[in-house]
Design a protein around this ligand. Sequence first.
Ligand code: 4AZ
Length: 863
Amino acid sequence: MKDYRPPKEKKMNIYHPPPGAKAYDSGLKYSSKTEDMNGFEEGVEFLPTMNAKKLEKRGPKRWVLVAAIVLICLFLSLLTGFLVWHFKYRNSHVEKHYNGHLRLPTLRFMDAYENSNTTEFVGLANKVKQALINIYNKNPDVGPFHKRTGISAFSEGSVIAYYWSQFSVPKYKADALDEAMANIKALNQTGLLKERNLDIRVESLVAFPSDPDIMKTSWDNSCRYALHAKEGVITSFSTPGFPNSPYPSNARCLWVLRGDADSVLSLTFTTFDVEQCHTGDDFVKVYDSLSPVEPHALVKLCGSFNPSYNLTFVSSQNILLVMLITDAKGRYPGFKAEFFQMPKQMTSCGGVLMGTSGNFSTPYYPGHYPAGVDCVWNIMVPQNKNVKVRFREFFLLEPGVPLDSCTKDYVEINKEKYCGLRQSFVVSSKTNQITVRFHSDLSFVDTGFWAEFLSYDSSDPCPGKFTCQTGRCIDKARRCDGWLDCTDASDEKNCNCTEKQFRCRNGWCKPKYWLCDGVNDCGDNSDEQQCQCPTGNFKCSNGKCIPEAQKCNGKDDCGDGSDEGDCGSAVTVACQEYTYKCRNQQCVNKRNPECDDEQDCSDNSDEDNCNCGKRAYNKKSRIVGGQDSDVGEWPWQVSLHAKGEGHICGASLISDKWLVSAAHCFRQEQFVRYSDPTLWTAYMGLHDQRDRTNAKVQSRSIKKIIQNPYFNEYTFDYDIAVLELSSPVTFTAEIEPVCLPDVTHEFPAGKAMWVTGWGATQEDGIGAMILQKAEIRMINQTMCNTLLPNQLTRQMICVGILTGGVDACQGDSGGPLISIEANNRFFLAGVVSFGDGCARRNKPGVYTKVSKLRNWIKQTTGV
Ligand code: 4AZ
């Protein structure tokens, strides 16, 4: 290029071909003769004649050349675009996996089909594989993309073959493949297909897309087990290494369980402890099939269950598949399970029930009912009577089913369907007959129901009582008292309000002192409307109205801090009485920031010492009201025994060596010095008072009892004490500390809380043997003062169910009142202190307010 000189204006460089060379051909023809270039000869500069690489720089030939280059570039980019589209998008493939099964109606099952190493298995598997490929090849949306098919098992029912198929399909054809596989039956048009040269018939062919979680290829598939039940024998199996070492990580373990033809299997997990559902991806799934397909999944289990939780499942055929999927993290023991076979007829259910009363339940209750059953009970009571059915327990919950649709498992009576979890309810008939139908579909099962039927006199269904429209009988005094005692509210309809009541807009009568208490008692909120602040104002917790602009301005305009307590995300603000103080002395204006698993303080001190308030066992809290707890449900609960007297008070574990209880439990009495620590023994991990020697129980003597110095024996003000254990306890699944709320922690009125203890189960009654639990609600301080006049101090809260019937009682004192806070963490909101009797109407229990005494606990125990 060094010979090139820039061309002068309007002058052209002309290419001189070397002797014998052809003119440059760009598609347009140029003459190389200079005479053709009239008028352009002057000033023409020439490139060296021998430089064949030099191109003409000017003149029409150059434009043609440029156009040609542009066209070529355009063509090349189009080609590149097409190739990218073709290979990256149009031709990019996705892997698709399906599981399914089919029936071979002309064959008879033989034992050899149970073992995949036998020649019989291999021979039949090859035939079925080929039959499936033939079927796939009939559809252009399926056949061309088929990669692999395998037969995983055979079972009885003529012969049922379980298979999996893998496809590699261009992305844009994946939906068509899904659709074709969902209608795979249609490919097998006649429904009964005799495969040419294969000598087998295929029917009832189904395919389901595999769960992508299950299809990961990097699993260690080495744990596969095949077990066949023996007549009259219970067979046990467990996860590899159980209980001495954790189950393998990144594993997919399968247990194929079988029974003899015409039997069904009963499977029970006797111990179950895998990774918590919310922290990892480990789970166990049980299928009513030998294919791991969602439409035949009976249950998906994760976390841990205490031994008393019923984990029994019954198959609808003589097969079950148990699958354990584990991820890379976590070290958990796994499960131990047992199964046995029983005759299929035992699953039969329903029938005719006669008499004046009786009981009936879903098959295997309280074990889980089988999938795919239909039961019909025709109930008939004497001719001159009517009949009602009371469902005592009702658990028909299926994942993903809206409670108002009951599309899967349900009970049907008088054309109305019932499903989900329900508290005791009654359905009545206006004749002497009623028909109860129960249906379970092919997937996901629950424990079902147990119910009783009763005959009643149609002219007087509830002698001496009020009859709800649902058929339930309630005390006459409960009619028009403002409480909804009938589930359909029929006890509160058509009432004349008394002078102590006001009339809601919807016509209901409610006690006057419920007006403006912050709770929507009327249902239409009319009891709270006259007391609202004018628009543009904020209503403080103490009822005061302040301009909206003063909310979250860093100043306590309400006087109770309620305008500054909850201002969204934590922001460092000037410290006030109601703002949470971090260890670095900075304050944040987020409500209840401690141990909520979010960093709110810049030094993260709000999340320090948060090894508390979590329980190891899964808990499905299904019933409201006093009832038996499960083992490990309240792992901070402590039973305090006094020498020679047994259980006296409850307490809560707050660290490995400190307990919180009520000061009044340790009063100096004339003959017994309850303040003497040597009198007491604390039992941790206790469930049943009769079983204190259980290995899960840890007992300790008491080293120190510190009553709050302000405790008042007469008013029960400051009713709190801390107790030091003689030596620390070891935390286990049944023994864990509870979290303590910060001084600024707020528990709003109406919040549900749990109270637990071995106290009396009725006023003047005797203590419970099994730890009891009851769900109650926080009541606002104004209402508490109205209901328990002149009794409450600022160190007390009142909590209960004002209709009565649920409460703490004698022997529960000192025990925990628990609030479930952010991320399912359990906080000690109160200590059982006293009450006006037990479970009386309008007489909630009184509890020591722990948040108020948080600093004192810290000072005395360091916790
Ligand atoms: C008691 O005597 C007691 N209803 C505890 C709580 C209540 C009543 C009595 C609350 O230990």
